[in-house]
Design a binder for this molecule. Structure first.
Ligand code: ADP
Length: 410
């Protein structure tokens, strides 16, 4: 009996000793799992049956948690990389509207101007409204310094921080304005001769009905106005036709010299009327250029026509074609054509705007010589379609030189 009691006591002692060891191992295991994020302690052997199951379950749970934490970290990293590389500027503000973070595009687009954007009244309004409604709010922001900019900012509150996605609409808005201006200008240009025609028709039917000499005079003016409308419509149509084809460079190869010779021959009557001479230097051996013969004819006719219109009466126009390399400002692999007159010249401040539609230095003079204000806009678009370049040099009182460079093939 006593022996049994002793045996039981020894067994109990051994069991408690094992249990105490297992508890220590378990404690170490749990602590290690908390403090070593990636490792598992070497000694995980548990001997007490219940404890062994418990330990294995603990290891399984902790490993599952580690895997899902790893996934979360990876996905947060991906989200961050995406937001960083987003092509549109993105800003993160705290609940009071202070900048906390911004992505690379925002840094590149605004740099030091971010503060000006965040202070803008339209932006402050959108921020306040988004705060009240907890819904995204869009604001149109026009900034004037350091450069004019049209921005669309969307303020997105996400409960706490606020995100702001900004889109730069400067280019689109400028195009919209240009299109609207163009329609307004075209209508205005057409309305003037039309009003004059209507006025003369009324006069011819009323007060001048029996006045034959007045009728002849008025009909002459009416013919001029009708011709002006026709020129305008022709130029508008040419311009839109060229614009439609502008993205496709021409493929057909042509020689510039014969093309220019044909144009000069066609201008003989106008030259005679203006007592103007063309001195041409047109070498026969220039490289061929890929070109649209009709459009290039229009381009050089417009330049020569302007040189006659704005040149000196009794003056001289120099028309020179040469290889690209003869003027250091242009690439060698091409052909240069320059048209130089000895007329009034153009003041420097007008030069950058000269190829805009309806831009005229002297409105009265342009009208008097039958100008539409579209000639140089057509020139610019034809040059663009041919992937060429146009340079204008002018000295007031001395004359103007327009130089066109056209790329040769290969
Ligand atoms: P326009 O039909 O009025 O001539 P263009 O587009 O051909 O229109 O030219 C725009 C303006 O540029 C003209 O109104 C004129 O003021 C100026 N210009 C063009 N060519 C010359 C030139 N060779 N000499 C002086 N001014 C010129």
């Amino acid at each position: 009996m006593a022996l049994l009691a002793i045996l039981l006591a020894v067994a109990a002692l051994a069991f408690f000793a094992l249990l105490a060891r297992d508890v220590t191992v378990m404690t170490r295991l749990v602590r290690a799992l908390q403090t070593q994020p990636d490792g598992i302690p070497r000694d995980t052997a548990l001997f007490v049956p219940g404890m062994r199951a418990l330990g294995q379950e603990a290891i399984r749970l902790i490993q599952a948690e580690r895997i899902s934490r790893g996934r979360l970290v990876a996905s947060a990293g991906e989200d961050r990389a995406l937001v960083e590389r987003l092509p549109d500027p993105l800003l993160k503000l705290d609940a009071s509207g202070n900048l906390v973070w911004r992505n690379e595009s925002a840094l590149a687009a605004f740099g030091n101007e971010t503060a000006a954007l965040l202070r803008h009244p339209a932006f402050r309004n959108a921020l306040a409204q988004a705060g009240r409604t907890a819904a995204p709010v869009r604001a149109q922001i026009t900034m004037s310094v350091p450069v004019a900019r049209d921005l669309d900012a969307t303020v997105i509150p996400v409960g706490g921080p606020i995100y702001v996605l900004v889109a730069d609409r400067t280019h689109e808005r400028a195009l919209e304005r240009m299109r609207a201006d163009f329609v307004a200008n075209s209508s205005h240009e057409l309305r003037t001769p039309l009003a004059s025609l209507i006025g003369f028709i009324e006069t011819l039917r009323g007060p001048a009905a029996d006045d034959a000499p007045a009728q002849q005079r008025f009909l002459g003016i009416m013919a001029e106005q009708a011709a002006r409308m026709q020129r305008l419509i022709d130029d508008l149509l040419s311009l839109s036709r060229i614009e439609i084809s502008e993205h496709l460079p021409p493929e057909e190869l042509l020689g510039i010299t014969p093309l220019l010779e044909r144009i000069v021959a066609g201008l003989e009557p106008v030259l005679a009327a203006h007592e103007t001479r063309i001195e041409a230097a047109l070498p026969p051996d220039l490289p061929m250029v890929p070109g649209d013969a009709d459009q290039l004819t229009q381009l050089f006719t417009n330049l020569l026509d302007n040189a006659i219109k704005y040149g000196r009466r009794g003056g001289r126009i120099r028309l020179v074609a040469a290889r690209g390399g003869t003027d250091a400002r242009f690439e060698a692999n091409g052909v240069l054509v320059s048209v130089a007159d000895d007329g009034v010249g153009i003041a420097r401040e007008h030069l950058p705007r000269l190829t805009e539609r309806f831009y005229r230095v002297d409105k009265g003079r342009s009208r008097a010589v039958g100008g539409t204000g579209l000639g140089l806009a057509i020139v610019k678009h034809v040059v663009n379609r041919h992937r060429g370049r146009l340079l204008i040099d002018s000295v007031e009182g001395k004359g103007t030189t327009f130089t066109v460079w056209l790329p040769a093939r290969g």
